[in-house]
Design a protein around this ligand. Structure first.
Ligand code: GTP
Ligand code: MG
Length: 387
C-alpha cells in the first residue's frame, strides 16, 4: 500500500509527511523546498483482535495501544505541482512518475488561503484553486501517457485490453479501464477529441487511485470559513488538518512529554511541561477541541473507506495465535475487501500460496477453503504443503 502526498508548492506536504512518519525532512516557508521525493512508513489504526481473544499481542512492527492496532502503510511526499508540470514546468513530470505506483492520493491544500497556487505568500487565495490545479495536472499526465500510445491502442483488436496493457505497472484495474471507456465516449479512431481523452483519463484515475483532500493550516483563524466553502464546492472528501500541530504533538508524544491519542485527538500530560510548552500545548488543545485537525481520521478514511481495505492477521498456530517464534498476532496485513484466503497466502509468500491446501479461521478453529472471503479482523492460519 503506497499513498502519495501531492499538492501545489508550500502547502505543507512535507510537514504532513513528517508528522505521519515521524521522519525529519526539509520543511520551509517557500516553494520547491522538496525536490527529491521523501519515502517513509506511516500507519492506519484499527481494533486489534487481541481484545476479543483475551491475549496480549506482540506486533512485529509498529504498535498496539489501548486496543488499537497500528498497521503500516508506505507514504511518499513529492515536489510541489505547478501548472504545466506534465509538460516539465516546475519540478516537472519526473515526480509524476514517482507517483505511478501509488494506490491513492492525499491532496494537500492551504485552507488558510495565504499561499497562491505557485506557493507564494498572498492574502485571500481560494484553496479550491489548489485542488483544481492538481486535478488538471493529474488528468493531463494520464492523458499524455494514453495519447503517446494511442496509435497502438486504437489499431489493436480490443481498445480496453490494449489500454490496460499500456497502463501496466500503474496499479490500474481492468474493470476501471472498461468503465472509463464507456463513460468517456472515446472510440477507435485516429484522433480522439481532447475532451473525451480527458474524460477517459480522469475516469480511470478516479476509479483506480482514490483521492482525499487534506485541508491544511486549519490552525489559521481564516481557515474555518474557507474550509466550509471548500467542502461545499469539492467533489472529494475534505478533512480539516493542521499538519504543523500534528507534527508538534506526535513529536511531544515520542519524547514522552505527552501521551497523544491520534484517533481521539486528545492528549494527557506525562511530564511537567515548562511555561512555554504549557502555553503551546494549551493552544494546540484548543485547536483540536474545536475539531480543526483530524489527521489520523483522514488516513483511516482513505485506506479503509475509499481504498476499501480490511486488516487480517496471519498466524501459524491457530490455538495460540502465534508465529513460529511464539509472537502473538505478530503481523497485521492490509488486503482488499472481498479478498480470499488464497489471495492472503499470495500476499505473504508465493510458495505458501503455491502449496496452499486450506486455511483455518483461528477464531472458530474451523477449516475454510481457499476461496474463503476474508473479513475485517480475521485471524487466519494458511495450511500449505510447501513452507
Ligand atoms: N500555520 C501552519 N503552517 C503550516 C502547516 N503545515 C505546514 N505549514 C508551514 O507551511 C510552510 C510549507 O511547509 P512544507 O511542509 O515545506 O510545504 P510543502 O508543501 O512540502 O512545500 P514544497 O516542498 O516546497 O512544495 C512551512 O513554513 C510550514 O511550517 C500548518 O498546519 N499550519
Ligand atoms: Mg515539501
Amino acid at each position: 500500500m503506497l499513498i502519495g502526498i501531492i499538492g501545489a508548492p508550500n502547502k505543507g506536504k512535507s510537514t504532513l509527511f513528517s508528522a505521519i512518519t515521524l521522519s525529519d525532512v526539509h520543511i520551509a516557508d517557500y516553494p520547491f523546498t522538496t525536490i527529491d521525493p521523501n519515502s517513509g512508513v506511516s500507519y492506519v489504526t484499527t481494533r486489534c483482535p487481541h481484545m476479543d481473544l483475551g491475549v496480549k499481542c506482540n506486533p512485529r512492527n509498529l504498535y498496539c495501544k489501548n486496543g488499537r492496532r497500528a498497521v503500516p502503510v508506505n507514504v511518499v511526499d513529492v515536489a510541489g505541482l505547478v501548472e504545466g508540470a506534465h509538460e516539465g514546468k516546475g519540478m516537472g513530470n519526473k515526480f509524476l512518475n514517482d507517483l505511478s505506483s501509488a494506490n491513492g492520493f492525499i491532496i494537500v491544500v492551504d485552507a488558510s488561503g495565504k499561499t497562491d497556487k505557485n506557493g507564494n505568500k498572498c492574502a485571500g487565495s481560494n484553496p479550491k484553486e489548489d485542488l483544481d490545479l492538481v486535478k488538471d495536472e493529474l488528468v493531463e499526465w494520464f492523458s499524455d501517457i494514453i495519447r503517446r500510445h494511442w496509435k497502438k491502442i486504437y489499431t489493436s483488436e480490443s481498445l480496453s485490453q490494449e489500454l490496460f496493457k499500456v497502463l501496466t505497472g500503474m496499479g490500474i484495474e481492468r474493470g476501471a479501464v472498461d468503465k472509463a471507456i464507456s463513460v468517456s465516449g472515446v472510440r477507435k479512431e485516429r484522433e480522439p477529441d481532447s475532451e473525451s481523452m480527458k474524460r477517459l483519463a480522469w475516469s480511470i484515475l478516479r476509479e483506480s487511485k482514490p483521492i482525499i483532500v487534506c485541508a491544511n493550516k486549519m490552525d489559521d483563524p481564516a481557515a474555518p470559513l474557507l474550509f466550509e466553502r471548500l467542502k461545499r464546492d469539492s467533489e472529494f472528501v475534505c478533512v480539516p488538518c493542521s499538519a504543523a500541530i500534528e507534527l508538534a504533538l506526535r513529536k511531544a508524544d515520542s519524547t514522552g512529554l505527552i501521551d497523544y491519542d491520534v484517533e481521539e485527538c486528545t492528549f494527557k500530560m506525562m511530564k511537567e511541561p515548562d511555561e512555554s510548552q504549557k502555553a503551546a500545548l494549551s493552544y494546540m488543545e484548543s485547536i483540536l477541541k474545536s475539531g480543526r485537525s483530524d489527521v489520523q481520521r483522514m488516513l483511516n478514511e482513505l485506506v479503509f473507506g475509499l481504498l476499501g481495505r480490511i486488516v487480517v492477521y496471519p498466524v501459524e498456530d491457530e490455538n495460540k495465535y502465534t508465529d513460529h517464534y511464539g509472537n502473538v498476532l505478530p503481523d497485521a496485513i492490509l488486503v482488499r475487501k472481498g479478498s480470499t484466503a488464497q489471495e492472503l497466502a499470495e500476499a505473504i509468500h508465493t510458495d505458501l500460496a503455491k502449496g496452499m491446501l486450506y486455511a483455518v479461521d483461528a477464531r472458530t478453529k474451523r477449516r475454510v477453503g481457499k476461496d474463503y472471503i476474508l473479513k475485517e479482523g480475521d485471524v487466519i492460519r494458511i495450511v500449505s504443503a510447501i513452507r
